[in-house]
Design a protein around this ligand. Structure first.
Ligand code: ADP
Ligand code: GLC
Length: 484
């Protein structure tokens, strides 16, 4: 077969625009696929932040008559790792002050259906025989609800290529009132249970899950969990019905970006053979965050969206008693106003022991991964999670709730797993303060047994989370779809 050509449609790509892990994946996976011979090109909306970083581009297409949508242009450029990038330029929809999905006050943009309807529609146009580009993909790879309508548009278009949709988070579904179906010029017949109707609304995500030729998600364990009521977010019936077309593939990490041997954000680089740099980063982090300089007090790190999903409420509840162990706690994140306030209050009440930065900082996130002794991720659900992968690479054992991709990527530390060299962190079942407390207690106890802690760190750093094997798994899915 000639080289496989894939259009990768996404709503975020690091470092151009990032709210979470989807941006990291959309940057690293296309590069890893290109390295194994798949011709991937990425389609991304031209938000302010993206346009500001676009140095060179060519206009390769204009769309003046897509029914229901304003005029738009397609700009061709390249992104990190020399991956070809197609930017969908439509200033009235994408160029505004604020985030990709929400305004500065944290409210969803009122025209999100139109904004991501256009992204989905253009991805579909590029996958049809009358595409304005000379490059024709064999398949369109959609990601999350923002490109969920692409498989529907493709389904109803003549001469369309197949599509897959990757679920990064089933909790975000892009549900809008039924009238949206007409507004976005989809056939009214698709507003049905066998289509994109979802509890009386139309759902971008359900459209993707129903019409795509194959569904992937970002870890094998999450692929199972989403077929159950508890984590299926109402889609479990459809996902169970489509289980033969559902594949869980664990995310990898960009090892150029996340490598303690070369990370420019660290005050001193390190590797498993020479860990002295880790202590230097711990001290730098303590200093930067106004914590007491205590080399032997375990330092817990958090980098997270502050949302219900991430379970930080549990950690904030028990933070005061943790300081008595003693431990120190450093948190970086933003989101829910109440969680932000609680984090700030703790910082005020426990100076030198607890510190929080409310905001988004790539630089500080790297320093926390490197300088903390343990990384805490008590997520209620976690499709994959990337921070626990980064933390293991940086010799910072993660403490995680046993859910989703955290189960697939962290091996709980027991006498047995420490002996057989597989232990890489601490996991707990059951989302309670007590269970998280016990897991942190176990970690702190081991921290004080220096030789065992060293072994645990080395195990973490020996793990291979590169994208190589996962990129092969995506390629296998593409080939399966194309041969069906
Ligand atoms: P999710 O996508 O659900 O937020 P992941 O663990 O998959 O969770 O990915 C989160 C990504 O976003 C990681 O790269 C993490 O470092 C980054 N991140 C989250 N919050 C912040 C923040 N406040 N500052 C910097 N990076 C952040
Ligand atoms: C989502 C999930 C996260 C996953 C990321 C990238 O944001 O919440 O678990 O790692 O997507 O796939």
């Amino acid at each position: 077969m000639a080289e496989l050509k894939v259009l990768f449609a996404t709503s975020e790509v690091a470092p151009l625009i990032k709210t979470g892990g989807l941006a990291d994946v959309s940057s690293a996976l296309p590069a890893a696929l290109r390295a194994i011979g798949v011709d991937v090109r990425v389609l991304l909306p031209g938000y302010n932040q993206v346009m500001a970083k676009l140095v060179q581009y060519q206009v390769v297409a204009t769309f003046d008559d897509l029914p229901g949508f304003p005029s738009a242009r397609l700009l061709s450029s390249t992104m990190a790792h020399n991956v070809p990038l197609l930017v969908l330029d439509c200033p009235s929809l994408y160029q505004r002050e604020g985030g990709p999905y929400q305004n500065a006050l944290g409210h969803d943009w009122a025209d999100n259906a139109l904004r991501f309807g256009l992204l989905s529609q253009v991805a579909a146009v590029l996958g049809c025989s009358d595409s304005p580009l000379s490059w024709h993909p064999d398949l369109v790879h959609c990601n999350d609800w923002q490109t969920g309508l692409t498989p529907a548009y493709l389904h109803f278009a003549p001469g369309a290529v197949p599509s897959i949709i990757a679920i990064h988070n089933l909790a975000f579904q892009g549900n809008f009132p039924p009238v949206t179906v007409q507004q976005l010029h989809l056939p009214t017949s698709c507003f049905s249970i066998d289509g994109l109707e979802f509890y009386g609304n139309m759902s971008f995500l359900k459209a993707g899950l129903f019409y795509a030729d194959h569904i992937t998600t970002v870890s094998p364990n999450y692929a199972k969990e989403i077929q159950q009521e508890e984590l299926g977010f109402g889609m479990q019936g459809l996902l169970t019905m489509r289980r033969d077309s559902l594949t869980g593939i664990l995310n990898g990490i960009d090892t150029d970006e996340w490598n303690p041997e070369s990370d420019p954000y660290l005050v001193k680089q390190f590797n498993s053979a020479n860990m002295s740099g880790k202590a230097a980063n711990k001290e730098a982090l303590q200093r930067k965050m106004g914590l007491n300089i205590e080399p032997d007090v375990p330092l817990l790190g958090v980098v997270s969206r502050f949302t219900h999903q991430k379970g930080l409420d549990l950690l904030l509840d028990i933070a005061p008693i943790l300081t008595e162990f003693p431990v120190q706690l450093v948190m970086l994140g933003k989101g829910d106003a109440q969680l932000q306030k609680t984090a700030r209050d703790l910082w005020r009440h426990y100076p030198g022991k607890i510190s929080a930065v409310i905001g988004f900082s790539e630089e500080l996130s790297h320093l926390i991964e490197a300088g903390a002794d343990m990384f805490v991720m008590p997520s209620r659900f976690e499709p994959c999670g990337l921070n626990q992968l980064y933390s293991q690479c940086y010799g910072t054992p993660p403490i995680v709730h046993a859910t989703g991709g955290l189960v697939d990527s962290v091996v709980d530390c027991t006498t047995e797993t420490l002996d057989d060299g597989t232990a890489s962190g601490f996991t707990f079942d059951g989302m309670t303060d007590e269970n998280l407390y016990t897991a942190i207690r176990r970690a702190v106890n081991l921290y004080h047994v220096k030789n065992k802690w060293e072994t645990l760190r080395k195990n973490c750093m020996a793990k291979n989370f590169s994208w190589q094997s996962s990129a092969q798994a995506y390629r296998a899915v593409y080939l399966k779809v194309l041969s069906a």
